[in-house]
Write a new protein. Sequence first.
Length: 827
Amino acid sequence: MKNKPAHYASAKINKLSMDAESIECSLGNHLVYSISKDPITATDRDWFYSAAYAARERLTEHWIKTMRSYYEQDAKRVYYLSMEFLMGRTLMNAVLNTGCEENFKKAMAGLGLDAERIREQEFDAALGNGGLGRLAACFLDSMATLGIPGYGYGIRYEYGMFNQHIENGYQVEHPDNWLRYGNPWEFPRPEMLYQVKFNGRVVNYADEQGNPRFHWVDTDDVMAMAYDYPIPGYDTETVNNMRLWAAKASRDFDLRYFNEGNYIKAVEDKNESENLSKVLYPDDTTEMGRELRLKQQYFFVCASLQDILVRHHKHHDGFDTLPDKVAIQLNDTHPSIAIAELMRIMVDLHNVDWDHAWDITTRTFAYTNHTLMPEALETWPVELFEKILPRHLQIIYEINHRFLKEVMHRYPDDPGLWARLSIIDETHGRRIRMAHLAIVGSHKVNGVAELHTQLMKDTIFADFQRMWPHKIINMTNGITPRRWLNQANPGLSALISRHIGRGWLKNLSQLRRLVPLADDAEFRAEFAQVKRDNKLRLAKVIEQRLHIQVDPDSMFDVQIKRIHEYKRQLLNVLHVITLYNRLRAGGDCVPRTVIFAGKAAPGYLQAKRIIKLINDVADIINNDPAVADRLKVVFIPNYDVSNAELIVPAANLSEQISTAGTEASGTGNMKLSLNGALTIGTLDGANIEIRQEVGPENFFIFGLTTDEVSRLWAAGYNPWDYYHADAELRQALDMINHGYFSPDDRERFRPIFDALTQGGDPYLLLADYASYIACQQSVEALYRESDAWTRKSILNVAHMGKFSSDRTISDYASQIWGAQPISVPAD
Ligand SMILES: *Cc1c(COP(=O)(O)O)cnc(C)c1O
């Protein structure tokens, strides 16, 4: 240790109690002293802010203590670098994790406040698109709960994921001005500023020993300012930190123009540089190769690395111990420029020898891959790099040069392999393959479910697998049971705890103790009652927001996720239309409410058309007296974490129907199962492992396997064959094509029909249709046996232990990070 911390003991701290009276006192004090409102005129929002301040001040002391323990114990730190953190709301999470829920409720009641309404005043922190960003949020919760010294690093977007309105059945995007009323959870650190350079040019020169040296000069600079967010663990003293960066104009930059007397120009430039952290890119799985996006990536990576090294150098000189004290996880390739940046810092700024620097770098980084789909693999044109990050381009060339030398040495007769492995793709113009940079620069690369990892090894990264057979490993995703069961489903969580205690919150495998209760009629009745209450709660919201009445006893058939062709919402729609046709033809079915929610990327026209189709189909079906109350279709707008918390506990059936081999893992599938929904799903992503855990008899499987998909493509797939062979399928498709659901514009959905037929049906909906419809038939049959359904539903919950993100994080900690839990001393 270089220097001991100063004692803070001399500061007089008025410790805050967790009892109801002192919380009530905090609420009142904050209303008056922090918000400056008269209780007589205070709004729900004012009370929300008071509550947030009352909760956060009960975290901050532990937060400071946690940071101090890590420092004093010189703990190995884990840095989770992610462009996205989909946190959702914080108030309930903060209250539950600090264990003062009951007293908070009492305090609110004491003031005559409606806790539910006040809680809903909070904006979702939606700094992410979907699964990838939500995974990062679950990981932060688990690291804090397990006592792992984990820090989240990302971007403080001024505008997060857009708000989705549905107008006339169409998605309309509205800006997410989430900071409008201020964010009570963030602590601005205006003194924590780092310089980030862009553009400019590289000057080479030789040092005294004649070694080549490089200077990156004439750059345009932006400052990164830190904002900190406390991340409390559950039932522990540990409170970790998430640090997000906001762009601020650099003072130097301003001065240049001020000196020229051009005040307005200076302010304009200030605005331009602060645009860097203005908005989240709302694209889920397709890459938009935009300059601003690349700048965002380097911006947060550059600031985070500087910050990480400042912390490291408080204890350690130089870089030799970095891999022993620091693990950096790259959440997808978005932050993978960090590999070149760390090399630049060591080689250019600290004169570390290249080979030594490279050894340190590769032992520090690990990379998580999230997708196999080629359109999602990030690449950047060499010219763009040359302009924005000229020195990094040189470093990437050098990394590639040395890497390819090794490749050629090991595989001298295989030039095809050299080209395939190269970090530079020469086949589509010259582009940098960020995944290759990430793999070459990391000691471990992980997939996010068994199947996904296997396919990585067999397909897109097969050449790397051959080269480094131990580098690619699996880390099946998980979700935090605190938010996704305890917080979202208080009814079920109370029922569970009443029977098996509260140990499951920190050790989800304990849910296994529910297994015998599946055969207990009384427990089944209670369990079914909780589900019905949750459905009633959702039905009320649907009535309020959409003016659609749904029957809480109908099967709530739920597909909630980003709208994407590979996720096959359209297959679900084909089933809905088939049910509708059967009803119109005098058939019968179990009453169903088919619930959709999800956002489409603003530029993804086909996905937006699918949203319009769902809403048009809903319009026709919900208003057709012929189906009366047996079928309803509902599209709930603005799918986000808070809406997920509302919908998930009310689901009976979970739709996880992606084409086999396309969904890396899925985590929505886990949330729904954990809350007692049965899954209808393909053998894709983590569905396979969920089925394995809950037992095949408690899971509805259908469709082609990945092997069958490959064989079908190899044999030649013709969707028209399926169209002609299946009358019900043909009828449903023709109705879409001919404007049955769009009488005002009969051409509207022809592009959907075309994509599924002459377009080649790339996601094999027609091939899986019959199997899906038949499977839905057995879902119906089971739903009629409500007791048998409930039994299977309980067994699903009971076997979800594996999918706690606590399990995922302890696997990362032991197999990738080499990080240990650190105990924070209690008071
Ligand atoms: C969990 C979650 C997702 C991911 O859902 P998948 O079904 O795994 O794609 C996306 N968005 C939100 C808001 C979520 O909570």
